[in-house]
Ligand binder design. Structure first.
Ligand code: GYE
Length: 315
């Protein structure tokens, strides 16, 4: 080979190696279809997913669906078109995901469900779900309610988004546990769509109908519970005393309400799922076997603990 040819070979090899090194450094591209910004919990989750992406050098494509499944489907389709390496999906409702997830499967893109579950016949449509145990959360809220009422009293339930696993299962866990104590009755259950505004409106209607007959409000999230507190105050009652309140999430705002004496108890639900989501996605891409349900552990906090615990809360 002539010197010139050798020179060309060396240059070509250099670019080939440089190309490989570049490919290895190429950031992971991840699409995140988020439900919306309906609650303080969800804002904390969004922040966790975005900040973890920054820390890990991940190229994150973020899409806010404004609580609509059709927007989530559009976002997922666009992630596929962009050729992302993986998808994080926080599914607003449980059903209706098969067609779009089949498209994703054909494109061989792994999907991880974040914070809520789905029901599909073909479980291979997603890698795993990373969520809390909502049935446990509901059961825990019921146990507290029974204890607080000494086995006798009336409850109203503010439900989350209809069809959302977080709502269906928080209701199931609560109601199943209450059947053990016939003295505690649920006067009425209605959805407040996980928002403060609707939580307040529904509570206003409950107060008009049942007034002081309501002993406990069980809200499927903090925001609806905080809305209920406003309604109770406006109706001239004292929240936390005349009417007791238990919610799920345990955000800072709920802790503040407990410190102020307006709220009585919260069941935790961890929204800081970003780091775990990426760690799991990387494992899935590397072909590792992953548990179908990665459960987040939660605990109950009561008003008495609030002041000492609030400082160490991370969301
Ligand atoms: O509890 C609620 C939010 O899916 C676990 O959704 C999540 C729930 C959370 O809007 O505040």
């Amino acid at each position: 080979m002539s010197k010139k040819l050798w020179g060309l070979v060396i240059v070509a090899l250099f670019y080939a190696f440089a190309g490989c090194a570049f490919a290895a450094d190429k950031p992971l591209v991840v699409g995140f279809s988020q439900i919306g910004a309906e609650s303080g919990w969800r804002t904390a989750e969004t922040e966790s997913v975005i900040s973890a992406a920054k820390e890990l050098g991940i190229d994150l494509k973020f899409s806010d669906a404004q609580q609509k499944q059709e927007n989530q489907i559009k976002a997922i389709r666009s992630f596929v078109a962009q050729g992302v390496d993986g998808i994080l999906l926080a599914p607003v409702v449980e059903t209706g995901w098969e067609p779009i997830l089949n498209e994703v499967k054909k494109a061989k893109i792994p999907v991880i469900l974040l914070d809520r579950g789905i029901t599909v016949d073909d479980e291979s449509l997603y890698v795993c779900k990373i969520t809390s145990d909502f049935v446990f959360e509901g059961k825990t809220a019921a146990e507290w309610t029974v204890k607080e009422l000494g086995g006798q009293g009336n409850v109203v339930q503010l439900q989350g988004t209809p069809g959302a696993s977080a709502a269906t299962e928080r209701q199931k866990g609560f109601e199943d546990e209450l059947t053990k104590t016939p003295g505690v009755k649920i006067l009425e259950s209605q959805t407040g769509d996980f928002t403060m505004e609707l939580g307040k409106q529904v509570m206003e209607a409950f107060l008009k109908k049942y007034g002081k007959d309501i002993n406990v409000v069980y809200a499927h999230n903090d925001d609806m519970g905080l809305g209920a507190i406003q309604a109770i105050k406006e109706a001239g009652f004292k929240p936390g005393e005349d009417i007791k309140i238990i919610t799920v999430d345990a955000t800072k705002a709920a802790f503040e309400a407990m410190v102020a004496g307006d709220m009585n108890a919260v069941v935790e639900c961890n929204p800081l799922l970003g780091p775990l989501a990426y760690e799991t996605l990387k494992k899935a891409i590397a072909g590792e076997t992953i548990e179908k349900w990665i459960v987040q552990k939660d605990e109950l906090f009561t008003k008495d603990q609030a002041a000492s615990v609030i400082g160490s809360r991370k969301y």
